[in-house]
Design a protein around this ligand. Structure first.
Ligand SMILES: NC(=O)c1ccc[n+]([C@@H]2O[C@H](COP(=O)([O-])OP(=O)(O)OC[C@H]3O[C@@H](n4cnc5c(N)ncnc54)[C@H](OP(=O)(O)O)[C@@H]3O)[C@@H](O)[C@H]2O)c1
Length: 341
């Protein structure tokens, strides 16, 4: 560790909506831990919620946000696993932030070595969305559902859900909110795409749900959308709310719940993962990383920014999320992805 600097750059959230680039002491790994030189970390909707103090993590200010990313292991504490990871390129999902910095310390069990063909850029986005797509489609299959409604379908996770569903034989009614997203998804091969801004949306959604006997929805939006889904789905439906993109309370007429015996519940990957057990978890992680090279797990990257320009990169992402992720680059390592913007 003698060659490593004593301090590092970190994007520090010092209060709600106050992100500052600071020079701070570099952490050191303890027993069973690794020190990772961070290559890149994306900006996800969960990060936007974290910046507003609305995400489900218990962290006191100041702290470093960034829930997933990639990098190279440059130091290891004691323990076989930690030492085995030394020098390896890894994907990380910390569950508590910490990735928006030059270095991060994590438990060795939280690092996933990247296969040779997977770039550090793709690897930075290999955990949260791909595993969520796997989880949601497996929940649909377990519940005996062969068709689902998916909102926020023009985003990266929406696209992954559609592709993963196709692999597993599940039909998807994709819901977006702009006409150009309809055209985009149809050009990508999506069969059922509805625009929630259209006057006939509720009617069209109910008709499609009837035709496809659809009783399950994955809702990334919340607000009024959740109630519209319950109203359109077949009776005894289940709506899994997994995102809060509308940033407003779920609106739902109790009559729709009662007389249709509908269920609305939350889904959080951080709760789902620990329930799976190690073998299933490893299988899901392997499937996710394998699907980065042209499979369902590929994410579009709109722009790559250094930490000094993170604020602009975050704002640009929030203004047009469908265009692709902002990746914050912390090292000179080749990320192997080409931004679209
Ligand atoms: N619960 C979990 O465990 C879990 C795990 C992973 C992700 N998520 C959630 O999944 C959601 C999607 O993530 P992502 O990575 O796919 O995001 P993304 O790539 O940024 O895409 C977000 C999509 O949602 C659309 N959108 C934004 N605000 C909207 C609104 N108010 N109404 C309707 N559509 C809206 C965007 O369209 P525009 O371009 O029109 O803005 C964009 O197409 C997020 O809410 C995220 O927090 C949850």
């Amino acid at each position: 560790m003698t060659d490593l600097p004593d301090t590092m750059r970190a994007l520090m959230l010092t209060a709600r909506d106050t992100l500052e680039l600071q020079q701070v002491p570099r952490p050191s790994p303890g027993p069973g831990q690794i020190l990772v030189r961070v290559a890149a970390s994306p900006v996800n909707p969960s990060d936007l919620m974290t910046l507003k103090g609305e995400y489900g993590i218990d962290a006191d200010y100041p702290f470093v946000p960034g829930l997933e990313g990639s990098g190279v292991v440059v130091a290891a504490g004691s323990g076989l696993m930690a030492r085995w990871l030394m020098g390896k390129r890894v994907a990380l999902a910390t569950g508590v932030g910490g990735l928006w910095a030059d270095y991060v310390v994590v438990d060795a069990a939280r690092a996933l070595p990247l296969p040779a063909g997977v770039s550090l850029g793709s690897g930075a986005m290999s955990a949260v969305n791909p595993l969520t797509a796997i989880a949601l489609i497996s929940l649909a299959r377990k519940g005996g559902h062969w068709s689902v409604v998916s909102t926020g379908a023009g985003g990266q996770l929406g696209r992954m859900i559609r592709k993963r569903a196709r692999e597993k034989g599940v039909k998807v009614i994709n819901v977006v909110r702009r006409a150009e997203q309809v055209a985009q998804l149809e050009a990508e091969g999506a069969r059922h795409v509805l625009n929630s801004s259209d006057a006939r949306f509720d009617e069209d959604l109910a008709r499609l749900c009837r035709d496809l006997r659809c009783r399950m929805a994955f809702d990334a939006v919340g607000g009024a959308m959740t109630g519209r889904l319950v109203a359109a789905l077949r009776p005894k439906s289940e709506v899994l709310v997994y995102g809060a993109l509308e940033q407003s309370a779920v609106q739902l007429h109790p009559g729709k719940l009662i007389f249709r015996e509908a269920t609305v519940r939350g889904f959080w990957l951080s709760q789902w993962l620990p329930r799976q057990g190690l073998p299933r978890l490893l299988m899901a992680a392997r499937e996710a990383t394998q699907a980065l090279g042209g499979g369902f797990a590929v994410s579009e990257v709109a722009r790559i920014v250094p930490p000094e320009a993170a604020q602009d990169g975050i704002a640009e992402y929030a203004a047009n999320m469908s265009a692709g992720k902002t990746l914050i680059r912390f090292s000179d390592a080749d990320l192997g992805v080409t931004p679209t913007a």
